[in-house]
Each structure stands twice: as C-alpha cells, then as structure tokens.
Design a protein around this ligand. Structure first.
Ligand SMILES: [Fe+2]
Length: 553
C-alpha cells in the first residue's frame, strides 16, 4: 500500500511517503522553497500545500500520483468548531476551516492525476500520535504490546492534547483536552512576549529559562492547573505583570529569564502529572511523545527521569511537520498494514558522488577528494577550523543530526560565540555536542543513552566541563546526540579521528544554516552558505572545499 501524507494547515508544511509499511521519504517544504517553516502560521496561508516536498517524495520512490492508494491530510475539519465557541481569539480562523474543507480539491489541483476521493483526513492529534507510536523502534518487536502516546501542541481541531495507547496499530484515546486550554499556546504567547517569533522560537525561551529562577511559580500555578482527570486548565496570563513586553532584539532582564524559568518549570510539573495519570491508567512501560511541546528537551528529560515509564521515545519531527508522516502511518495501520519503525531522521534529499561533483564543477570552486573525508574533517576540526558537513540524506525535523551540520572544536570556549556569529544567533543560545555512543556514558548522565535525535538534555560530568566548555550550557547541561557507528559510520569515523587527535570524543554540532534561513538541503544551498559565512572547510560527499588562505589557529 502506498500512502502520501500531507501536513499543510497551520505551519511546517511537509510531505511523507509510506510504502508497504516502510517510511521511504519525508521532507519539509521549507527545504525546497527556502522559506523558513514553509509559511507563516496565519489563516490566510492555510491553503498553501507542500507541493515541492510532495512531488519529491513521489520522485524519490519512482511513483506517479496514480500509483498512490491514498493521500492523508492531517486535519479533520468535521471536528472543528468556530473559534469564538472554543474561546480562541482568532477572527480569521473560519478561513482555515473553509480551506481545510476544500483540501481534497486543492490537493487534486497540486497533484494532477489525484482523485479527490482518495484523500483521507486524519485528526490532527491522531496524526501526531501516530508519528511517534507507529514510527518508534518498538513497532519492530512489540507491535502487539501497548505503547502509550502523549500529544501536546498549540492546537488541533478543537483540542491541544491527546493521551492514548496504540496496540497493534490501533489507537485507544483516553483523554483529550479541549481548547482554549493549551500548554503549547501558553508557551507560544510567552515566546511572543519575550520578543521572539511565536510558533518558531519557543526553544529560545527554553534556553533563556536556564538563566533564571522560577520565582513566579505560585502565581503561575494558579493560572496553569491540572484537573486530576488527565486534563489541565490554562487561564489567561497577564505577562506584563511579571516582566515588560520585549520588542524583537531588545535586551532581556533577569525578570524575563525568571518568567521563562517559571513557565518552563510549570510545564514540566504539568507534563509529569499528565504522564503519571496515563501510566497509572494503562500500566504501559513505554511512552511516546509528539506535538510541538515534545521538542522541549528539558521537559523530556524530566519525563524520562521521573514519569515512571521504562522508556520514552520522541518523534524527531515532533512539530506539525511530523503529522505528514503520522497521517500516512495511521492510515496504513488502520488499513491493516504491519509497519516498520522509521529508519532514522535522514529521510530527505540526498545526492550521488557524481551529482555532487557536477555541482562543484558548475560552481567552479577548487575541490579535492581526500582518501577519507572523515579524517580530513577531523584534522581541520582539531586545528580549530569550522566545518560545513553535508553528507547523505537531509534530516526530517528541526535538528541537524550529522547530515546537514556545522561542526567545530568543543574545547575552545570562544567557539560558541564564533558559531553563533556564523549563524547570526543570540549569544545566550547553546550549541550542542555529538558524541561517540560508546563514550557517552562517561561524559553525559541523567538523560537517556543512546539519544540519537537530540531530544533530551544531559548533565555533563564535572571533570569534563572544562574539557568541552563550548557545548556546556550555563546550567551544566548539554543537548546530546549520540552517534552509533552501526547507523552513522561516517560521522562515527570523523568523531573517532577527532578523538585520536585531541582526546575528545565530542564535536560541536549545530544546524547548517545562517540566520532566519531553513537548513541547507541541496548542494547549491551548501555552496551558498560556504561562500557567505566564515566557514573554513566544506565537506560535501567525499569532497572537500577549503577556504582560501585558511590556516590552523
Ligand atoms: Fe500540531
């Protein structure tokens, strides 16, 4: 069975393709259109579809539109109600509903050959839930065992949360939380109040929280409450009464950091209670998470440590992009297909060595083919060079995981500033380490190991903090990616080469992009990024391009 999944309505439009239970391709529209998040999350843009990503998915699998058995759309307008009835102030939301009701027609126009009757709507939170519970490693050996799923985001049709259990591909829903109560919208509101872009920059609030103390907790606990039955209530918060509203780029104060710390802590408390309620009800050992809130890696570690589940798996594309895959997986499972776990996050575009070489020739840049690109990169990093690393297929979801990455030496504290400058980012934002899997337990604790998708924070062992200062956040933590040589042999070889030269099995890894732009996806993006940013070496496929005049520091 061939199912194309589409996410389009709110933000992060994306497409994914599942063929005979196997996830063969998944990609966000932004990587093709070069417009961050694909579009702004406003009702006027609700009709826009991930046309380029969808066409690429089909091309990647060698399929025509006519070959598809179904196209899923991760929003079911029949479940929605008028915004004011749901207590939302969103005067143009009716446009969204109108467009969503016409999705089959829009899709048939975007994908000529598609019969609109083949379009299936999947409720938004069911698609999120499936993206995690039906993509997790558990489906390989525990298909018939119950796996719990907790979905939390800004909003779906009429709810902001779903707690359920998947067993043998079937979902049982235990609880949903109706709007306007929403932990995701609460966090988004604070993001905007702190001068950041809502539905985009929530991770900056999480980073800022570690600079503060949660001294407004009493007040926020009164506004954000659990209801004891697996749900919660979020009352309107007068943010201004805690810290003044910031304009974009305006300096933040201790009050702002304290407010971020307070909301972060309250989020963690509520998530723990929701997870505890679910586990008590089901007795399951495994929890899966999705929805934008599941990108909060600090909260994920609290759940990992204290929720009582034996194991937690988070969909790397936990935001709305992931509902493209989840919708397709849900439909395939509901049709009786037995699914395979997603093979990794590298589900996007990739190029052959010959194709990459052709791009380099076209660009007329001098390039070399070293004996081993991993060793050439390890050497440059050991000499304190900054490396743009473009290898294999691009990642699905917001994290660079060693396929479209910017790498640097973690032992030099100034490299945090250097990378934030390359990327035009705020200086309070941390950069993350990638580490060889077998060496990770000696250096990192508290979060799960392996941790291949950077979705949890870990504590850095005291004796290592001075050795890898550039990746240690102000609170002594790091958002780790562990690298398994079995699944990522090239990245592992690069890390081993770096350790041989420096004694450090850790490299700084941040996403390969510059400020406000989507991650690099194709070779042209990589060359443009290399040409416009102070990067010393571009490692693209088996080739390297060196910055003219660069010498080791
Ligand atoms: Fe969502």
């Amino acid at each position: 069975m061939k199912v194309l999944g589409i996410n389009a309505l709110f933000h992060d439009p994306a497409a994914a393709l599942v063929v005979d239970g196997v996830t063969v391709a998944a990609a966000e529209e932004e990587r093709f259109s070069r417009r961050k998040h694909g579009k702004r999350p406003v009702p006027f843009a609700a009709w826009e579809l991930p046309e380029l990503a969808a066409r690429w998915c089909l091309k990647e699998a060698g399929l025509r539109v006519e070959d598809l058995d179904a196209v899923t759309y991760s929003y079911d307008v029949s479940l929605a109600r008028p915004a004011d009835e749901m207590g939302l102030h969103d005067p143009w939301d009716h446009l969204r509903q109108t467009y969503a009701g016409q999705a089959a027609g829009f899709l048939a126009t975007a994908l000529p050959g598609l019969d609109p009757d083949q379009v299936r709507t999947v409720p938004h939170h069911v698609a999120h839930g499936a993206s995690s519970a039906l993509a997790a490693p558990y489906v390989a050996d525990g298909w018939d065992e119950p796996t719990d799923v907790l979905v939390l985001d800004g909003r779906g049709e009429c709810a902001s949360h779903l707690a359920g259990t998947y067993t043998a591909g079937r979902l049982q829903v235990h609880r949903t939380q109706e709007l306007p109560h929403s932990l995701g919208l609460l966090y988004e509101e604070l993001t905007e109040h702190l001068g950041f872009l809502r539905s985009s920059d929530e991770y900056k609030v999480m980073a800022m929280a570690s600079y503060g103390t949660p001294r407004f907790l009493d007040e926020i606990r009164q506004r954000v409450r659990t209801t004891g039955d697996g749900g919660f209530a979020t009352d309107k918060v007068d943010w201004q009464s805690f810290a003044k509203r910031l304009e974009p780029g305006e300096e933040w104060t201790q009050d702002h950091a304290d407010l971020a710390a307070t909301v972060q802590q309250r989020l963690e408390e509520v998530l723990l209670e929701l997870a505890g309620w679910l586990r008590e009800r089901t007795g399951s050992r495994r929890l899966t998470l999705a929805g934008g809130v599941a990108l909060n890696c600090v909260a994920n570690t609290v759940l990992y440590e204290r929720s009582g589940y034996d194991d937690i798996w988070v969909q790397p594309a936990a935001g709305d992009a992931g509902t493209a895959l989840g919708g397709a997986l849900h439909h395939a499972a509901a049709s009786g297909e037995r699914l395979q776990p997603m093979p990794g996050a590298d589900l996007g575009r990739g190029w052959s060595d010959d194709e990459i070489e052709q791009w380099l020739r076209t660009a007329q840049v001098p390039y070399e083919r070293p004996v081993d690109v991993a060793e050439a990169v390890a050497e440059c990093l050991a000499d304190d060079g900054v490396v743009a690393w473009f290898q294999g297929r691009s990642e699905y979801g917001p994290r660079a995981l060693g396929h479209r990455s910017l790498l640097a030496h973690p032992g030099r504290p100034q490299n945090l500033e250097r990378l934030n400058d390359v990327k035009g980012r705020e200086q309070f934002r941390p950069v993350a380490p990638m580490v060889l899997l077998e060496r990770a337990p000696q250096i990192f604790s508290r979060g799960p190991i392996p941790s291949p998708y950077m979705l949890f924070v870990h504590d850095v062992a005291a004796q290592w903090r001075d050795r890898i200062p550039a990746v240690v956040h102000v609170d002594g933590t790091a958002r780790v990616q562990t690298v398994d040589p079995d699944t990522e042999p090239l990245v592992a070889r690069m890390l081993a080469g770096f350790e041989r030269r420096t004694g450090l099995p850790v490299v700084i890894n941040t996403s390969l992009n510059t400020a406000g732009r989507p991650m690099v996806d194709d070779p042209r993006d990589a060359l443009e990024c290399f040409g416009s940013a102070p990067v010393d070496l571009l490692a693209i496929g088996p080739f390297v391009v060196r910055r003219a005049g660069w010498t080791a520091r």
